[in-house]
Design a binder for this molecule. Structure first.
Ligand code: UFG
Length: 347
């Protein structure tokens, strides 16, 4: 079976993808600098799959170290490149960190792929490249235009996509799949792996679960005066395990020689938009948890509404995000409860 190098493989989406790859019989090697993840994630992966994949503590900015991984694992056939900095707000404060990390890492990964004859790349992009689409472009398909990025983070995703396209033009046998994620949420149903936010979470779901478990006093719903049915923002929340499965499909698509285009782009979402207030109400009704929330002013830079048209991924990759939102919210809650037990054990 082929080996897949997963950069950022101990991170949130990376770890769930590693589980799916192992379950499908792929060999994996993880490269991660552990800047935003924990080595204990490997225990979770092993408990779920029965396999402890090899782990290389490596920063993708270290091109030579990356090269040594390819030397050591000469059976690598594809790379899934997750390793990147991902906090929008932090990127505004530390733009150079984001440009250096996110762009330098991709360049090094592709350079070492080229040096070692590895031709298949899956890249983590984001629906942030669409900005706020015109209403005629909702739901957003891959044909919608990209918009000027509103943060250095968003800009690094656009530049990364352009780098991949330029490399493809220069190398006829290079293949890449760019996956534009909508809003990934939830955790593995076992609650053995999940999202580990650093400090105060920016994203909605970790803030919801941390409030419900008592770490945060109340959730602030950022704005109820948007031009949406209930006034709060709308997003396409996709279950992290559905998202993880899409990466396996993307790898298969290339390795089985089905990728006619050198660079294929897919939107990964459910096709359904949910508002912040809908998420809050569903979370309360599904989990029975107490979730204090208040309406707060709009958060600067937020997009009013965006959700995916995932038809291309449904058809071409044979993939669909079909886990019911109730199960997804339950998984996020179980993960938060699991983290609480770990904290209590430590105390
Ligand atoms: N929200 C709240 N309260 C919170 C946190 C979030 O009301 O405490 C709201 C936001 O205002 C937004 C929605 O919940 O309306 C979702 O917010 P997230 O921060 O979870 O997600 P975003 O859609 O803002 O950002 C995500 C990714 C980014 C990516 C962006 C692309 O986190 O990496 O989508 O649009 F760039």
């Amino acid at each position: 079976m082929s080996r897949i190098l997963v950069t950022g493989g101990t991170g949130y989406i990376g770890s769930h993808t590693v589980v799916c790859l192992l379950e499908q019989g792929y060999d994996v090697v993880i490269a991660d600098n552990l800047s935003n993840s924990d080595l204990r994630v490997l225990d979770g992966i092993e408990a779920i799959t029965g396999i402890r994949p090899p782990f290389e503590k490596t920063d993708c900015l270290d091109c030579e170290a990356l090269g040594r991984i390819f030397d050591r694992y000469s059976d690598i056939e594809a790379v899934i490149h997750f390793a990147a900095s991902k906090a929008v707000g932090e990127s505004v404060e530390k733009p150079l960190l984001y440009y250096r990390n996110n762009i330098g890492s991709l360049i090094n990964v592709i350079e070492q792929m080229n040096n070692h004859g590895v031709k298949h790349l899956v890249f983590s992009s984001s629906c942030t490249v669409y900005g706020q689409p015109d209403s005629r472009h909702l739901p957003v398909s891959e044909a919608a235009p990209r918009r000027q990025a509103t943060s250095p983070y968003g800009n690094t995703k656009q530049i990364n996509e352009d780098i991949i396209t330029d490399v493809a033009h220069s190398k006829a046998d290079f293949r890449a799949v760019i996956l534009r994620y909508f809003n990934p949420i939830g955790a593995h149903p076992s609650a053995l792996i999940g999202e580990l936010p650093n400090g105060v979470p920016n994203n909605l779901l970790p803030f919801v679960t941390q409030t419900a478990i008592g770490i945060r006093k109340e959730l602030k719903v950022f704005g109820n005066d948007y031009n949406t049915p209930d006034g709060s923002c709308i997003r396409d929340y996709i279950y992290v395990m559905d998202l993880a499965r899409a990466h396996v499909k993307a790898v298969e698509y290339m390795l089985q020689g089905k990728a006619d285009e050198q660079v294929s782009i897919f939107n990964l979402g459910t096709g359904r938009g949910l508002s912040v207030l809908e998420i809050v109400k569903k979370f309360i009704s599904v989990t029975g948890a107490n979730l204090p929330y208040v309406i707060a002013p709009r958060r600067e830079g937020d997009i009013e509404q965006v959700w995916a048209d995932p038809a291309k991924a449904n058809k071409v990759l044979g993939w669909k995000a079909d886990t019911p939102i109730e199960d997804v919210l339950t998984s996020a809650w179980r993960w938060e409860q699991h983290l609480k037990k770990i904290r209590e054990k430590k105390a």
